[in-house]
Design a protein around this ligand. Sequence first.
Ligand code: GLN
Length: 280
Amino acid sequence: MRVDAAVARAARRMTVAGVEAPRRTALWLLEHVAGLSAAAAAASPERELGVPELAAFENLVDLRAAGVPLQHLLGVQEFHGLDFEVTPDVLIPRHETEILADAAIARWRAAGRDGDWIVDVGTGSGCIPVVLARACAGARVAAVDVSRDALRVARRNAARHGSEVRFVESDLLVAIGGPVAIVTANLPYVPDDEIQALQREVRDHDPHLALAGGPDGLEVYRRFLAGVGRVLHADGMVFCEIGMGQADAFAGIAAGAGVRVIERLDDSAGIPRVMVAKVW
Ligand code: GLN
């Protein structure tokens, strides 16, 4: 089949299935299986795809039409300018989370001291600590996750980018001593009864463990905040990503745990997304 016909057919199939950006998706999948860039496909629409290439391409199109995230098919997601391996064992990095990474980097540049620790909790793919290790000169960076499978992916991502990160299998901060200058956390925060309403790509393909935040979405943060004061050094700071409408509740829980929210950073939709806090 000709490239243009294969792309047109794939785009139609994915349009019917309600996939976002069907034509661009078709081109990305084609590039993935046939090594043919969008520009090359446009320049030689008459090029014939071989039977194995076409079969592999249509297989990916079927999976995408069935709701498998593009990132799982390509095996990567970009975050903060770097490509990260993703698998079903880790949450696919979201662009909003770059706000958290940038805030932590700015804090390090303003107040970081050589040899101080930065710890990322619930690291998933490892996108946060890898970015921080590259951007925060002199910092020692550790990252924890309760999932051994996630840590395997995170380790590969650190190796891929030559970042020195110490990975620790731990339930939140249980295995961490201190003192730590900066703690970052994008913990599960989706309220249980909202999970069903998420897009199928998220609901069925991101790890449930990385999403489910209990009845009000803040159950994991409650446990985390109860322990974070123990590891932070006196002028340490904590940066947490939260969901829509959770800022006040988060600040209240933090205050009860001896942690004061000093700044709320909005995402591009104007929703408070990152909470910055210190010990009182
Ligand atoms: N931002 C993710 C979503 O709602 C949730 C990530 C999380 O729970 N930390 O799709």
